[in-house]
Ligand binder design. Structure first.
Ligand SMILES: [Zn+2]
Length: 403
């Protein structure tokens, strides 16, 4: 095999993408996808924030590279199987990206650590933050190369061995420092924008006339928006037909027959989405739901006057004030771990104290105590700050309707 690239050179590309992300005002993280000989297939950076607004909370570099791969392959581009490919990322993947990478089966080379949200947050490369069935796969596919030097950025190699096509197998200390610093320079500010940038007095979109721009935009993405309402945070059997329709669509599109709904703080149904599994292995219903909602808000707010932006934030509040309802609860698979991570990436901060049941599911996929133990093993951002606690819906008739 012709060796074509040093780990250092690939990390330098990822670092340049991370700088571009910082310039855009989003998380300073970037990555590059290499084929089995080390040729660059694509490079991307974080796109969570654009024009000072949340564009897509799931648009991390690694997750986008995984979706890029499946989109290209669906177009007929000849690409090797994921097991032959390597994502080189400037920052340790978060739980969403780790779940996406493991579900798809890519290899990873990681530069800077992320002690709050990284899958290797404790630096031990034992991946105890993952569900037990995923740890061995991570150990075989997540590589933390040596960083040569004498400062705090130096480290011994750990995790999987670098793939054989890499010529040089270490990272320069200065490049590692750049990867760390460009993320640290953006992290707090972008998290604040994602979690608390729009704490406003919420207004009920069900009071708006049907020709209002907010209602029209909602129904373009989901024609049944605002046609169902329950007590706040208490979905009942009336939600069942909407979930069932999306579940049937999801199964037709190659999914497991799952669905994800978003209710607002007043109990209005805003979105209920199937996945897009036929297009990409990682476009699960929750990923589609949180992305559609963020992009709906972005579409209405981008370029709008500040007063209009404030009005849109009042009628389409941050999802932390509402309720996500999954038809099928999380299990210990990579795709479910991605969902839990994407939930974290949607919140990026503490949930409101008056909304402890923000994350609900109808059909359990594993015992509740095992699910909560899984959540309690996640990195500190998820476990301590966001405190992800999915719970089954309380309404027996809704559970029976989907049984
Ligand atoms: Zn990520």
């Amino acid at each position: 095999m012709n060796k074509t690239i040093d780990i250092q050179a690939a990390v330098a590309i990822a670092a340049a993408e991370a700088m571009a992300a910082k310039t855009q005002g989003t998380f300073g993280v970037g990555g590059v996808l290499l084929d089995g000989a080390g040729n660059v297939l694509q490079s991307m950076h974080n796109n969570v924030v654009r024009q000072g607004l949340v564009f897509d909370p799931t648009a991390h570099g690694e997750r986008q590279l995984v979706d890029w791969y499946f989109a290209e392959r669906a177009k007929g581009t000849p690409l090797p199987p994921p097991g032959e490919l390597t994502i080189v990322t400037s920052l340790d993947p978060c739980c969403m990206c780790t779940g996406a990478i493991l579900a798809a089966g890519f290899n990873v080379v990681v530069a800077a650590p992320d002690v709050k949200a990284g899958i290797n947050y404790d630096g031990a490369a034992s991946f105890t933050a993952l569900p037990v069935p995923l740890r061995a796969q991570a150990g075989r596919s997540f590589c933390y190369p040596a960083v040569r030097g004498a400062t705090e950025y130096a480290r011994a190699p750990s995790g999987a061995a670098p793939r054989s096509f890499f010529i040089g197998k270490s990272i320069h200390e200065a490049t590692q420092a750049l990867c760390s610093l460009v993320f640290e320079a953006t992290s707090a500010q972008v998290m604040q924008l994602l979690n608390a940038g729009d704490d406003v007095q919420l207004r009920d979109p069900a009071t708006l006339p049907s020709e209002h721009a907010v209602v029209r935009a909602l129904r373009r993405r989901y024609p049944d928006a605002l046609t169902y309402r329950c007590d706040p945070h208490a979905p009942d059997a009336g939600l069942a037909p909407f979930l069932q329709a999306a579940m049937e669509q999801d199964a037709r599109d190659g999914g497991q027959g799952d669905a994800a709904a978003l209710l607002d703080a007043f109990g209005n149904l805003l979105l209920c989405m199937p996945g897009q599994l036929a297009r990409s292995l990682i476009r699960t219903p929750f990923m589609e739901c949180t992305r559609q909602y963020a992009q709906l808000r972005y579409e209405l707010m981008a370029g709008a006057e500040p007063a209009l932006q404030e009005d849109i934030k009042r009628y389409l509040g941050h999802p932390k004030h509402g309720t996500f309802v999954l038809a099928m609860g999380p299990d210990d698979s990579a795709a479910s771990f991605m969902t839990l991570g994407a939930y974290g990436s949607t919140m990026e901060g503490a949930l409101p104290e008056n909304n402890p049941a923000q994350f609900q599911y109808v059909r359990p996929a594993m015992a509740e105590d095992a699910l909560l133990a899984l959540c309690d093993a996640m990195p500190p951002l998820y476990r301590k700050l966001i405190r992800i606690r999915p719970r089954q819906v309380a309404d027996r008739a809704l559970i029976d309707a989907l049984a």
